[in-house]
Design a protein around this ligand. Structure first.
Ligand SMILES: NC(=O)c1ccc[n+]([C@@H]2O[C@H](COP(=O)([O-])OP(=O)(O)OC[C@H]3O[C@@H](n4cnc5c(N)ncnc54)[C@H](O)[C@@H]3O)[C@@H](O)[C@H]2O)c1
Ligand SMILES: [Zn+2]
Ligand SMILES: [Zn+2]
Length: 374
């Protein structure tokens, strides 16, 4: 492409400091270095984790930063040595990389690549420099992929080529929210047919858990949220019961235990609060129940050890347990084959310039997923 090897000036949403709205700026995006890929982002959706970023509640993020991690685009140019993608390919940038070489990548049971931000900071590209500048200042990357930019540069092990037929304004959800929730049910909890499940939090992630439980053949799917406006969509996606903790004057774990006899087989927390994390853990049955922590928790948690001593399993999940580089393209193919309909999670589509409006909708509980188009 004509831009290969050149600096590209384009739009991006910059978070200059925690607690401030994003500002849509003109930024410079340097060409990819060896082992890197420059992508033209076509669509990016808003995940609650980006809101944690804007609030400054994630310790590993450095400001100023270009957030965004649920996007899809087209390769503009590649750096030296890149072989898995070429200019013109449709791709999804991966917020969880798959280097293929670390011990976790080599373990078929794990998707926690050691290049993930919990092990290695991803505020700069692996060579410890940024490809973004704005008004003469260096801007940090977020999770290496910064999808709130019209062009972004990512390491090759943080991008996956997808089917050329994929609609980018829809499959951007497969980059994080959908895959996380669906995989939490299928891969992490391994929900069995006929089982009973409870999902705390009915945002894009929790509703994708509902879809995963349904696909796995769960017989009863209990959806829990303090916003009753989420219940119609939850039912449409497979929830059999919907409960609002504010309608009861006792802990939700007691409500669920009464509804099910001894607690659910599988519970999921897709909010990121201490009290709901404990409620989810206590809601699954004391002996063989499995609770999956999906929500991002920013504070310490203390629990009664008896909750685990009796036999429950408490697990976490990163991006639904998928080995991203190999599984994200397969999920896109499954979407194209009609095996699931993640489009049902898209409640709003806005031009990129309205990114702050998208966050306001999320905070007001009025959206599930808002897709931003460049
Ligand atoms: N583990 C991962 O890999 C991963 C990936 C993506 C997102 N996340 C995390 O998952 C969580 C959910 O993300 P999302 O984009 O679906 O968010 P969201 O804001 O769209 O949804 C959260 C839902 O929780 C509900 N809620 C809030 N407080 C509640 C309470 N006390 N009781 C019951 N319901 C309550 C809200 O009404 C809302 O419907 C976030 O913490 C996000 O950071 C984790
Ligand atoms: Zn996300
Ligand atoms: Zn790895």
């Amino acid at each position: 492409m004509a831009t290969a090897g050149k600096v590209i000036r384009c739009r991006a949403a910059v978070a200059w400091a925690p607690g401030k709205p994003l500002s849509v700026e003109e930024v410079e995006v340097a060409p990819p270095k060896a082992g890197e890929v420059r992508i033209k982002i076509v669509a990016t959706s808003i995940c609650h984790t980006d809101d944690h970023v804007l609030k400054g509640s994630l310790q590993k993020v450095e400001f100023p930063v270009i957030p965004g991690h649920e996007g899809a685009g087209i390769v503009e140019s590649i750096g030296q040595g890149v072989t898995s993608v070429k200019p013109g390919d449709k791709v999804i940038p991966l917020c969880l990389p798959q280097c293929g070489e670390c011990s976790f990548c080599q373990n078929p049971e794990s998707n926690y690549c050691q290049k993930t931000h919990f092990s290695e900071p991803q505020n700069l590209l692996p060579d410890k420099t940024s490809r973004f500048t704005c008004k003469g200042k260096q801007i940090h990357h977020y999770l290496w992929i910064s999808t709130f930019a019209e062009y972004t540069v990512v390491p090759e092990y943080a991008v996956a080529k997808i089917d050329a037929a994929a609609p980018l304004d829809k499959v951007c959800l497969i980059a994080c929210g959908f895959s996380t929730g669906y995989g939490a049910a299928i891969n992490t909890a391994k929900v069995k047919p006929g089982s009973t499940c409870a999902i705390f939090g009915l945002g894009g992630v929790g509703l994708s858990v509902v879809m995963g439980c349904k696909a796995a053949g769960a017989a009863r799917i209990i959806a829990v949220d303090i916003n009753k406006d989420k219940f119609a969509k939850a039912r449409e996606l497979g929830a059999t019961d919907c409960i609002n903790p504010r309608d009861f004057n006792k802990p939700t774990q007691e409500v669920l235990t009464e509804m099910t006899g001894q607690g659910v087989n599988y519970s999921f927390e897709a909010i990121g609060h201490v009290d709901t994390m404990i409620a989810a853990l206590a809601s699954c049955n004391a002996s063989t129940g499995v609770c999956v922590m999906v929500g991002v928790l920013n504070s310490e948690i203390s629990i009664d050890p008896v909750l685990l001593l009796t036999g429950r399993t408490w697990k976490g999940t990163l991006l639904g347990g998928w080995k991203t580089r190999e599984c994200i393209p397969k999920l896109v193919s499954s979407y194209l084959e009609g095996k699931f309909n993640s489009d049902l999670l898209i409640t709003h589509t806005l031009p990129f310039a309205k990114v702050n409006e998208g966050f306001e909708l999320l905070r007001a509980g009025k959206s599930i997923r808002t897709v931003l188009l460049f």
